[in-house]
Design a protein around this ligand. Structure first.
Ligand SMILES: [Zn+2]
Length: 283
């Protein structure tokens, strides 16, 4: 197929992905009602809905109330078109093109919904688990065969479930939602068990790094403010430490964002990383 046609297909898929990202966590149907401005209810006309161009024509503002439209809409459309384009360039007109396009766009959608609402909709996680299994079981030549997909799903979901259960027993409150468990079962069905383990390790590293950096940032800002108000170093540091505690009690880190990003990275580079690590472990 023509490369330009693939790009157009990707843009349309990206437009639909935006609808899913906005509606699925809110329990709204992705097919039935027309899109409306969330601020003023202005019904969005077909030409305003043209991927990327619609946003540019409108100057990034609603035609009804001039409220700014998030730049993420055209960015998601461009990213989805990029996924389709490169998957086609890499795999050609083969089932693997469809499998890759589905996987990367599903991860993109989950990253966005988790970031926005701390939700990972079942339609994507469980739906993705089914799609991954269909490819593994029914499409000959899929790089992840049936057994590997099943083991991957059990390992991915099982490890996160065990971590969540352990945290709950230890702290008495849920540290991880069941959405993460279902998401990793889906990732396992697409990547197989080796790259699923790789995903979990990378996401744990990235999540910890982000958590520590965020805590350091909050601490530094509060301590600096305390000093400017004439507090002693000791008092400013104590207040800043308390602020970090309050911050993390209020804001849960969206772990699905790290899982999604690292699952995509594992598809691309995980095999090399796995081989490198295994050689390292043998010496
Ligand atoms: Zn509006």
């Amino acid at each position: 197929m023509d490369r330009a046609a693939i790009l157009v297909l990707g843009l349309l898929a990206g437009s639909f992905l935006n609808v899913c990202i906005h509606r699925l966590p809110r329990g709204i149907s992705v097919v039935r009602p027309r899109s409306h401005c969330p601020h003023c209810g202005h019904a969005i006309a077909a030409w305003e809905n043209i991927p990327i161009l619609g946003y540019l024509f409108l100057g990034g503002r609603c035609r009804g109330c001039r409220a700014p439209i998030s730049a993420r809409y055209p960015l998601v459309e461009a990213a989805t078109a990029g996924v389709f384009y490169f998957a086609y360039a890499f795999y050609g007109a083969a089932p693997e093109f469809l499998r890759a396009s589905f996987f990367f766009t599903a991860m993109l959608a989950l990253v966005c919904t988790d970031y926005d609402t701390r939700q990972l909709p079942d339609e994507i996680t469980l739906g993705g688990l089914v799609v991954g299994c269909v490819f593994a079981f029914l499409v000959p030549g899929t790089p992840v065969p049936a057994l590997d997909a099943v083991v991957g799903a059990v390992v991915g979901g099982g490890i996160l479930w065990a971590v969540g259960e352990g945290y709950f027993r230890l702290r008495g409150r849920a540290g991880m939602g069941f959405g993460d468990v279902k998401m990793m079962a889906c990732v396992g069905a697409f990547l197989g068990w080796r790259l699923t383990l790789t995903t979990l390790v990378l996401a744990a590293f990235a999540g910890s790094l982000a958590g520590v950096s965020w805590a350091a940032l909050v601490f530094a800002r509060r301590a600096w403010r305390g000093r400017r108000r004439g507090r002693s170093w000791k008092a400013a540091a104590a207040a800043a430490r308390a602020s970090v505690g309050v911050f993390f009690a209020r804001h849960a880190l969206p772990f699905g964002v790290f899982l999604g990003a690292m699952a995509a990275a594992s598809w691309l580079w995980g095999q090399g990383l796995w081989t490198w690590y295994m050689q390292l472990a043998q010496h």
